[in-house]
Design a protein around this ligand. Structure first.
Ligand SMILES: *Cc1c(COP(=O)(O)O)cnc(C)c1O
Length: 411
């Protein structure tokens, strides 16, 4: 078991060993993802210890890299997947398919083919449906196994409207229709759970809203008969502080409030954190290539871009930054951006940062979740390498792409 004695509730950029980071940048070049697998295990263990009798699944889509999945499995975790590729990658990393859960959202035919076949050989697989169509389509594939119903609680929470899924009609069975869908499932399948995933980026101050959605999940579980369910899954969405002045999620309070909200249940409580497990385990190293004095700011050009980390461009996300080459230099207000031709390719506007010089290495923090996973090849940029740190050792978890990797599939 991972020792939590020295595990803080959050790891800030200042907590990393800057000399180590500089030498990683020198050895493996930039932009570079660095992923601390010990921290992944600590985060999983800390979270599951806060919910001692619950089942904590890691939501793979936050980071589906093999090294990360292996770390979660090593910490005793199980895995929630949202696509067939995530299922296969979890199995490749050593997961028992009988412990996997597949959350189907408008699932493409191939995903259902794959899941139905996996379920035929592995009766422990659970498929979560958010539409009756999915049930019909599973039946067409002779699937009659374990089903959980994703409900739409009608309330969403989260740090950005694009990830507040709880009230979005796209996700889950409309609340009032759930009992009738439950009856329908019970006719031909094994109804094992009720599920909802209401949002993302929930910090301590958001818990009340978050728990209002969870209350509805508990209520519905009792309405459809919690004594006949195996689990009630309240999803993920647990946040990490991205800003330096934000406080980490109070896990003890979270656990108390979630339990209170979901109420008395015969069924087991289940949670599916993604971001919480991996966000602060990862960062990006990037090298400064340009310093330009502009009328209102200093523009700092770096070799990472929105194709390396798309969250600031896509969600307006704040990521902490640190000049690891010279953390003690006097700060200036800098606008830090990459080589992509859109004004969205900016990691920070007017951000105080120890005055960067050309060739300095900067770190972009909290990049472990939805970071590499959303990396792309826009501007014909090969995707970066990823270094895994574990037990004091560094190794290449994923090599840097070459231009050949970018063009390989062209006929
Ligand atoms: C994305 C997702 C999660 C994890 O969300 P986080 O905000 O990363 O915790 C959990 N469950 C489902 C069904 C998801 O789609």
């Amino acid at each position: 078991m991972t020792d939590l004695a020295d595990s803080p509730a959050v790891r800030r950029l200042d907590d990393w060993d800057v000399e180590r980071l500089e030498s990683l940048a020198a050895e493996y070049e930039t932009p570079l993802y660095v992923m601390g697998l010990d921290r992944v295990k600590e985060n999983y263990t800390r979270f599951s210890e806060a919910f001692p009798d619950a089942d904590v699944m890691y939501a793979a889509k936050a980071h589906t890299g093999k090294a990360v999945l292996e770390a979660v499995l090593e910490a005793g975790g199980t895995i929630e997947c949202a696509a067939w590729g995530e299922l296969q990658r979890s199995i490749d990393a050593g997961a028992d398919p009988n412990n996997l859960q597949y959350t189907a959202v408008n699932p493409p035919a191939h995903d259902l083919d794959y899941a139905a076949e996996l379920g035929a050989d592995n009766p422990g697989l659970t498929i979560t449906i958010g539409a009756l169509d999915t049930l019909e389509r599973l039946k067409e594939r002779d699937y009659d196994g374990r089903i959980a119903i994703r409900i739409n609680p009608g309330i969403g929470t989260g740090h950005h409207e694009k990830v507040a899924t709880g009230a979005d009609a796209k996700f889950g069975i409309p609340y009032e229709r759930v009992p009738e869908v439950a009856d329908r499932v019970r006719e031909e399948f094994d109804l094992v759970g009720i599920h909802a995933h209401a949002g993302s980026g929930v910090l301590t101050d958001d818990l009340e809203d978050h728990c209002r959605a969870i209350e509805r999940v508990g209520e519905m579980a009792r309405r459809v008969g919690d004594d006949e369910l195996e689990f009630v899954d309240v999803g993920g969405g647990y946040g990490v502080p991205y800003r330096e002045d934000e406080q980490p999620l109070d896990l003890e309070k979270t656990s108390d409030m979630v339990r209170d909200a979901v109420g008395d249940l015969e069924a087991q409580l289940k949670l599916e954190p993604g971001r919480y497990i991996v966000a602060d385990a990862g960062l990006i190293l990037t090298t400064v290539n340009t310093i330009k004095e502009a009328p209102d700011t200093t523009v700092v050009g770096v070799d990472a871009s929105l194709s390396t980390l798309i969250r600031p461009a896509m969600f307006g996300s704040y990521h902490p930054m640190l000049n690891v080459s010279a953390p003690d230099r006097e700060p200036i207000e800098a606008t830090v951006g990459g080589p992509v031709c859109t004004s969205a390719d900016v990691f920070a506007h007017d951000r105080p940062i120890a005055e960067p010089e050309r060739e300095d290495v900067l770190a972009i923090g909290n990049a472990g979740s939805y970071g590499y996973e959303l990396a792309n090849q826009f501007h014909s940029q090969p995707r970066p390498a990823e270094i895994a740190l574990e037990d004091g050792e560094a190794r290449v978890a994923r090599r840097r792409e070459t231009l050949e990797d970018v063009t390989r599939l062209e006929e």
